[in-house]
Design a protein around this ligand. Sequence first.
Ligand code: NAD
Length: 264
Amino acid sequence: QGGVLAGKRGLIMGVANEKSIAWGIAKAAADQGAELAFTYQADSFAKRVRPLAESVGSDLLVRCDVSDDADLDRAFQEIAEHWDGLDFIVHAIAYSDKTQLKGRYLDTTRQNFRHTLSISAYSFTAVAQRAQPLMREGGSLLTLTYLGAERVAPNYNVMGVAKAALEASVRYMAADLGPRGIRVNALSAGPMRTLAGSAIADARFTFRWSAEQAPLHRNVDLEEVGQSALYLLSDLSAGVTGEVHHVDGGYHAIAMPHPDRVNT
Ligand code: NAD
């Protein structure tokens, strides 16, 4: 089979259902010839993830709760028992207490700050540690982020702080792993209608506003995010690392709405 990912093996982390960004990327990768494995958060997710994995010819499914180091160790051990090497990983995982994804950032508790950063930022580093020995011939690590890391987005709150840490970790790991030919990048997606996306208060407003103000005058879809991820996962981006690539219809480029596009 041909395709830009032909002959490559990739691990997809973060599929919850068919709307998950991880799933959009998995489909695009499979279409381009990649052989895929999947992780899922907990047993209750398996029944949704298994048929999706099977539909792209994958039967390597491993449970992995990224908040637990022992679970991460076991998951990567299981993968290493089946595969002697790994070419890419998609990390599309985030979590925060929904009650703090509204109102003021200022009110974030220490416990939720710690938990949010552990799952949404540190877990990518924990994954990279365990992926490194499997990426003997180099590889590509990709995580998902959002503009709320760079600027204030309403209600995004502690998740914005976590994404800022995640984006910084992309740069540090790019430096650490570059000599081994492992590239580390982030894809900054515009708002998408997913489980995680709907946990943020006023998600509908964000969705409408971004579509109105983005240069392309619409939001992006799963397929477009998948296509852009192909570039970062494949040798097409062989010279790219430490990058945050925006796939958001150009929204990040706008400083202020055009007067024709606001009803004031
Ligand atoms: P989603 O709900 O489909 O995916 C989130 C995934 O995180 C789920 O599969 C869930 O099982 C997993 N997860 C949470 N805690 C975990 C844990 N402890 N261990 C293992 N897995 C865990 O939503 P999504 O929007 O596809 O989110 C994927 C990524 O994309 C996230 O990092 C999110 O912040 C990012 N992102 C989302 C948007 C958006 O608007 N939806 C925009 C930009 C970036």
